[in-house]
Design a binder for this molecule. Sequence first.
Ligand SMILES: NC(=O)c1ccc[n+]([C@@H]2O[C@H](COP(=O)([O-])OP(=O)(O)OC[C@H]3O[C@@H](n4cnc5c(N)ncnc54)[C@H](OP(=O)(O)O)[C@@H]3O)[C@@H](O)[C@H]2O)c1
Length: 394
Amino acid sequence: MKNVVVLGSTGSVGRNALNVLSNFADRFNVFGLSSNTNIGLFKEQIERFKPKRVAITDEESFQGFIDSLRSLQERENETEVFFGMDGLKKLCSDPEVDLVINALVGAVGLLPSLATIESGKGLAIANKETLVMAGDLLTQKAKEKNVKILPIDSEHSAILQCLLSGKKNEVKRLILTASGGPFLKRKKKDWKNIKVNEALSHPTWEMGKKITVDSATLMNKGLEVIEAHWLFDMPAFKIKVLIHPQSIVHSMVEFVDGSLIAQMSIPDMRIPIQYALFYPERLPTNNKPLNLTQIKTLSFFEPDQKKFPGLEICYQALEMGGTAPAVLSAANEIVVKAFLEEKISFADICRIVKKTLKKHEVVENPNLDDILNADRWAREEANRQINIKDRTLE
Ligand SMILES: NC(=O)c1ccc[n+]([C@@H]2O[C@H](COP(=O)([O-])OP(=O)(O)OC[C@H]3O[C@@H](n4cnc5c(N)ncnc54)[C@H](OP(=O)(O)O)[C@@H]3O)[C@@H](O)[C@H]2O)c1
């Protein structure tokens, strides 16, 4: 029986993770959960899974939660409730915990990931921003502590599975697939008119808002290239992206003998989550099987880098190295939020990220403080650019 913490249990990946864990209640105990603002759902999850400890990061939500418990006189002998970033770190490093599933969105996932690794727990990670901003630091620490970081992202789970077909020196390249998002066929000149609800309607996956917008700009795939670089210790030139609108082939590995190994399934996050939980074992489930005769066609084509500059910006950040990927990721978080709040257009997203990255003075071999400083600087700079009324002057 393993004690598991799910960080971000109220999110899309978090909910899927709890669904998988509930199918294997004889193997996993839900020990801890975390939420930011969705307290209604969080209470239902606490009621159902009865975790020993939980954390809430948003102050108002935390206070409201504590008050509601007080009024119900339910506090004694109930779940212990922690607050904020310290609360997340306490959850991850609790001596009773065996495995942490990090399903937080954004840079907020970094310190909990580090706390997990430093206390020698298993880490199953969906929170790609963490690996983008501090991949070197996290993978070095994981080596030191003998912790295997297991990917939950479907593409990286696919790569992990395909890599089992050969040795590392036999790999020619990794091929990450991308659905291409909702704007594959939309003309670039129309991008400034894209509405938030259009960017949020992903053709094949149901996900949180940030990753859905990232998929529409293809920035998500670029972040995944950086994630793959760190997870699989592969240089950028050996990581390629192909558009595959059906989202059936989740990624591929090409070997030096010309063999291409692909991992396929219906698009369902419970599959990579379960793989990470039991790696390298496979256990039967009731998930819908893939019926290729129904799918009929699988198509692949090169991404249009001119139309979707997000991908190229990510390759650039990886090449710049040091603190550049942290700046890229933080700036992207800020501009995606601004787009969702209708402060900037869809076309501004990549433009502002690119400008922010260009202004950054890279710190080589950054330590944690350098990374956190770069993150802060990028947020300020991206916000400054969002607030410039006439962006053509910049
Ligand atoms: N969704 C997918 O299918 C998918 C696939 C592959 C990878 N990923 C990656 O997995 C991560 C999570 O994605 P998601 O789609 O599950 O996101 P999501 O649905 O937006 O969920 C995010 C979770 O993080 C919590 N959270 C948000 N802001 C927070 C903050 N400032 N402090 C602490 N907690 C915070 C949310 O809490 P509340 O809801 O309580 O506010 C929620 O539990 C992302 O890095 C994404 O790129 C997602």
